[in-house]
Structures are given as structure tokens and as C-alpha cells.
Design a protein around this ligand. Sequence first.
Ligand code: HEM
Length: 310
Amino acid sequence: MSSTPADLPTAQQVVDSMERMHGLYPGHRRSGARGVCFKATFTPTGDAAGLTTAVHLQGPPTPVVVRFSNSEGNPRSRDTVPVARGMAARFQLPEGGDTDLVAMTVPLFVASTPGQFLELTEALRPDPATGAPDMSRVQAYVAAHPQLAEAVTQVPPIPVGYGTAAYWAIHAFVWTDAAGNKQPVRYRWEPEAGRAELSAEEAAGRPDQYLTEELHRSLGQRPVAFTLQVQLAEEDDPTHDPAVAWPEQRKEINAGRLEITAPVDDQDHWAAQRFDPTRLTAGTELSDDPVLAFRAGAYAESCRRRSRNR
Ligand code: HEM
């Protein structure tokens, strides 16, 4: 079900609500506040080239900057807890353009519309008496939207490293080929090293920022790489709902390999950037997912506030 203008909140309302949910940390992202950026190279396999004219999915390798993050708004958040991790990638295209792919370590989003997301962030607002969310409000959200139960109860892994988790871009996007034919797709980064996670007990023994330390260490020892797996929709697969997966047996192609090479030289410059899932390039388009379209304004609002040190 798509949002109607009547239930579409403003970006300001949602970002205000995220500040109430996560706390306010001036100068930082309202989600994904603690992060670290790396240089990478993406080498396409060519398997996507017949389905999209997107320049980075054709032949030559493309330089990429990747920002790994924790989903909270607290820039001092700990790595040792099961929160979603983010992987935001900026492909630096030939001739000066760029395109972003923003993904996280769960396959489903917790809301089908921006209005539902606002409801959930309000429900997750810490109770002043306890400092923690009142879980009965979250249960009421699920009771009001039972189709979201699976998405809301997903437990993200505590990965061994940033390079041992899968990251889903969740929404459907639409590829266009040279003849104008359209193919809805969904993206997932699959770690070449395989998925590996820590138990809560194992994680408790790690330093608060072990993920960044682990990635620096790994880079000196072995390649840290991902393949870009792309699921191809069939007729009638819904493209508007980020809380609903497509059937697992849908055809998947490997569109290319991303190898992380080194930390970026200028972390401050990259921390200030806005990665935006709607920053696309020719050959790729937004689907009819209202959450995807809404994110552009919310990210711009968060970026406006943090760039003024609010
Ligand atoms: C209504 C839906 C959503 C809203 C309102 C929202 C809001 C936000 C905001 C305000 C930020 C901070 C942006 C900035 O200051 O640059 C952010 C960051 C982020 N979000 Fe979302 N988000 C939504 C859905 C999603 C989904 C579906 C995903 C995963 C596919 C996702 C992954 C991320 C990641 C990885 C970051 C950190 C990006 C970075 O490193 O710059 N978000 N989100």
C-alpha cells in the first residue's frame, strides 16, 4: 500500500522524531552517526550489462568510497550490540558523476510507508522514567501492522568484522537497458569471506570499537571484498514495499566485486558527505517504493542540521 499525501509526514517531522528516539548529538548523522570510510574498487563481471546501461556495471573498474556505520544516532555507540550496520557506497563514475548504494545488515525494512516509520520511531522514544523504550508501544505498533511482525523482530547479527556481514539495499530499483526495457532489481553485498557473527558472550569480550580495528587489521592480511548480488524480479513481484522480500528462488546475478583497499586519506571530508539512496545514474531508476523516495528529503534534512552543528 503506497502512502497518500494525507499520511505522508514531512522530513522535518521524521528527523525530529529520530532525534527523540536516538538522542540529539549535534554535528552528527541522525542515524549511522559513528562510521568510518575506506577506499575501494568495484570491478563489474559484465553480467548486468545486458540489463542496464549504468556505466559502473559495464566493463571497466570504478573507484568507490565506502562508509561503514552503526545505525544509532550516538557517535559513541558500541560495536558489541546487535544493531544494524550500514554500508554506504559511492561509485565515482567516469566523467565526474557519482551514484550511491546504501545498504544495511538486515533484509527487510521495519515500515512499508514513511507514516509507519514515524509511528515506530515515536513508539521507540525512550520513556523518561526508565531511559529505555516502552516495549508495549512497539508491540502495539506490530499489532496495528501485523504484516510488519517479521521485519520488526529481525535481529541483526553482531558481525566478526565489517567484511563478514551481508548488506541489503532493501528497496527495489529499476534497471533500464539500451532498448528501454525495464527490470526491477534488489541489491545485496555478499562478503567474499562468508558471513560470520559473534555470540553475545563473545561480543561482550571485544573492545567497544572492535569493528574498525578488525577491518584495519584484516586489510594488512587478506583482501576484504564483497560481490554485488542482484535479485531479478518476476512479473507481479511487488516493488513498493521494503518490508516484503521477493521469493528466494528468484534469479540472481553477480554484478561485480568490490574490494576494500585502504582507509580514505580524509575522514573528515567523507564524514561530512551525504550518501543518498536516490542518487542514481542513467540506466537505474527509483521504484514506486514511497520509503525510498522519502529518504532523499530526510537525509538532506539531517545533513542540513549536522552541517550547522545542530
Ligand atoms: C523512512 C525510512 C528511512 C529514514 C527516514 C532514514 C533516515 C536516515 C537519516 C536521517 C540518516 C542520516 C543521513 C545523514 O545525515 O547523512 C540515515 C542514515 C543511514 N541510513 Fe537511513 N533512513 C531510512 C531507511 C533506511 C533504509 C531502508 C536503509 C537501508 C537500506 C537505511 C540505511 C542507512 C544507512 C546505512 C545510513 C548511514 C549512511 C552514511 O553512512 O552516510 N536507511 N538514515
